[in-house]
Design a protein around this ligand. Structure first.
Ligand code: COA
Length: 260
């Protein structure tokens, strides 16, 4: 499939999706959100792709937020729809995707940009990254899951301060907060993401999908995560990957997972 606002490349089991509007610091307009949905769906339905890396083009920004020019004249109803549709099509969609998604935060991750990174399964940042939720400086609140995922990741007090001040934190503070897992120089960011992705590739993709479901259950209201874990654990025993993984261990060889 061809895209106008993103670049899609797949190689050796890893798909890299790059948001490509550098002149607008990769701000998320409607078309970009829709294209991201389609690209993620394309990657997720391709059995050969086992890990997705999401990043921004250029050296300045991951994503500098939702495209302010698109919603500046919206009314209450349009604003409500914007958040609901965006959450369904992109942010919740990523969080619940069965293929692991790593955010390579290569610069500004503000507003919808930080929300996008937080919807990914985990995050790495380059040392020039600046992260924040500046919405209250625009008379808004975060609408793509930021008020929910930021406290989940860094705790309520820190999240409240970031939201209320609308300020940015640097990459090292984000590391200290646990918002990102690693900070490296910009030129080392994609190599490290690919190194981690390669480690993931050697494991059972079926088990990883089940683990994503179980870990996400921690944060689902009304869902007992321990029950989800029991179910997903039990189901693993019916997979070809389980047979291969345990057989390979007992035969003292490296597992070659069929991904089924
Ligand atoms: N929506 C729309 N356009 C955006 C954007 C956004 N969220 N963020 C940046 N841009 C555009 C700018 O309008 C500018 O476009 P122009 O050259 O056509 O005028 C271009 O990207 C470059 O941004 P600029 O502001 O000139 O870069 P800077 O280095 O001076 O500042 C930021 C960088 C990130 C601090 C600044 O762009 C900014 O504050 N962006 C908005 C962040 C935000 O509030 N996001 C949350 C939205 S809900």
């Amino acid at each position: 499939m061809s895209y106008s606002n993103i670049l899609f490349e797949a190689y050796s089991g890893i798909a890299t999706i790059t948001i490509n509007r550098p002149s607008k610091l990769n701000a998320l307009n409607k078309d970009t959100i829709n294209e991201l949905h389609l690209a993620l769906k394309e990657a997720d339905s391709n059995k050969d792709i086992k890990v997705i890396i999401l990043t921004g083009s250029g050296e300045k920004a991951f994503v500098a937020g939702a495209d302010i020019s698109e919603f500046a004249n919206f009314n209450i109803e349009e604003g409500t729809k914007l958040a609901a549709k965006g959450q369904a099509v992109l942010f919740d969609f990523i969080e619940n995707l069965s293929t692991p998604v790593i955010a390579a935060v290569n610069g500004f991750a503000l507003g919808g940009g930080l929300e996008l990174a937080m919807a990914c399964h985990f995050r790495l940042a380059s040392d020039n990254a600046r992260l924040g939720l500046p919405e209250v400086s625009l008379g808004l609140i975060p609408g793509y899951g930021g008020t929910q995922r930021l406290p989940q990741l860094i705790g309520k007090g820190r999240a409240m301060e970031m939201v209320m001040t609308a300020g940015m934190i640097d990459a090292n503070k984000a590391l200290d907060y646990g918002l990102v897992n690693h900070v490296v120089a910009q030129e080392d960011l994609m190599p490290l993401c690919k190194q981690i992705a390669t480690k993931i590739l050697s494991n059972s993709s079926v088990a990883i999908s089940a683990a994503i479901t179980a870990v996400n259950a921690v944060f689902k209201a009304g869902v007992n995560g321990f029950d989800v874990e029991i179910e997903e654990f039990g189901n693993s025993f019916g997979t070809a990957d389980f047979k291969e993984g345990t057989t390979a261990f007992l035969e003292k060889r490296k597992a070659d997972f069929p991904g089924e």
